[in-house]
Design a protein around this ligand. Structure first.
Ligand code: UDP
Length: 247
């Protein structure tokens, strides 16, 4: 697959519409061998700037979506605008809708104990026919990881949603890529929390106005520090552009 990407601070972000991203992801689910989708936001891209391993992991993905308006904005600054934002949560919803038809198995991995099971119940309600073949919470001892891989493989899942937060989920997927038997592993942060109702997605109006970030701060002021990283990210992208490269 030839990819059109924009390099933002050394991380290659795919320049694809939401619909095209869904199509490519559907193909990956059908194809043997572990493919990876990551959904980097400005915070993760800033982390990758100082963490070469994380940068390599992100750049080894089959798709890195522009998750977050900050990433879309950065692509505009670099004069290689991505067509639109592709949020991890929306991508997961579109794929679950598809998998409710194909009946391919899905494994939910991550979040606090009980949350993945609640998310499973909500998904089964929202996507009748969906085949959630296993769940596992995201608070495990390092010694349990092999067992978790065995459980995932034993479930026969084709799609694995890894929700351990960034960059833990990206590093976990990269570490076990060769042992996993799923076809597609996605690092999708707080997705299970949103499904379970533990965290709420912003109302439509905030999403439309690209103010989802503002809603999150209002609901959870302790996240403010994370969003304060956004101006720093924009400044860094501008600085890099001036220096003629965007590494
Ligand atoms: N989490 C987890 N294991 C950990 C740390 C975090 O399963 O060791 C979960 C946490 O419970 C939450 C998700 O990872 O469900 C992170 O959500 P967040 O919205 O913070 O994702 P991010 O914005 O970091 O991608």
């Amino acid at each position: 697959m030839s990819r059109k990407t924009v390099e933002i601070l050394g991380v290659n972000i795919d320049s694809m519409t939401f619909a095209k991203t869904v199509d490519v992801a559907k193909d990956l689910i059908k194809t043997d061998g572990v493919s990876k989708i990551f959904t980097p936001n400005p915070e993760i891209i800033m982390c990758a700037k100082d963490d070469e391993t994380l940068k390599e992991i992100l750049n080894s993905a089959d798709i890195c979506t522009a998750d977050g308006i900050g990433v879309v904005y950065a692509s505009k600054i670099l004069k290689k605008p991505v067509p639109e934002r592709v949020a991890g949560f929306d991508l997961v919803c579109a794929l679950l809708e598809h998998l409710a038809e194909t009946k391919d198995g899905v494994f939910l991995f991550g979040a606090k104990p009980g949350v993945a099971d609640m998310a499973k119940a909500k998904m089964e309600e929202k996507y009748p026919g969906i085949n959630i073949v296993g769940t596992e919470n995201g608070y495990f001892a390092p010694g349990d990881e092999e067992k978790i891989v065995e459980k995932i493989n034993g479930s026969g899942a084709k799609l694995l949603l890894v929700c351990l937060g960034a960059p833990k989920q990206e590093k976990w997927i990269a570490k076990y890529q060769d042992s996993l038997k799923v076809n597609l592993a996605m690092g999708v942060g707080g997705t299970l929390d949103v499904f379970a109702g533990v965290a709420k997605r912003a109302p439509e109006v905030f999403v439309k106005l690209n103010l989802e970030w503002a809603y999150r701060i209002l609901k959870n002021p302790s996240r403010y520090g994370r969003f304060a990283a956004l101006p720093k990210f924009v400044i860094e992208v501008l600085k890099n552009k001036q220096h003629g490269g965007n590494k």
